[in-house]
Design a protein. Sequence first.
Length: 214
Amino acid sequence: MILEEISQKLQMGRAKEVKALVQQAIDEGLSAQEILEKGLVDGMNIIGEKFRNNEVFVPEVLIAARAMNQGALLLKPLLAAEGVKAHGKVCIGTVQGDLHDIGKNLVKMMMEGKGLEVIDLGSDVAPETFVETAIREKCQIIACSALLTTTMGVMGEVVKAAENAGIRDQVKIMIGGAPVTEEFCRKIGADAYTPDAASAANRAMEFCQALSAS
């Protein structure tokens, strides 16, 4: 089955082959949504699971994500034409004063692999920027990353900025990064701390599904 082949080639990081197979699936008349979910997302989910179990590492995830992006580019216009909406919208960034972005990029790719729309604000992002973007783009989730103990405190400012803007009940705030802990998450009043990219993507999906159901 071509969808299984797409999933397998994606896991191997074969971007050119993934792109060719996605085109073939389109030509054979499969729906863009089916190709996305049963081919690309399926492959990315397996990679995410293996990453969580330490069976694959960051380089393999990045190569798989690149392969997924190649296939997703072909599907984007078709998904729009089919009226397929993203499962939810996330704005993500590394907090002000912190320039690390590998972890954030990994989380972004994993979230996109789940079918979420992700607005990447980059690194060194001010609390107000997170909040203004969430309001403007109608995001369900703000995801903040920090790799330095000195910048962790900015995450608390993001929570306060969301409260001050009156959106705290509409937007979930997720945090992560090497020095961040569950205890710190509770202390600043954020909604979720996740230890790795795969669990961050899973949690974001849970939040979006719960919000769309309510």
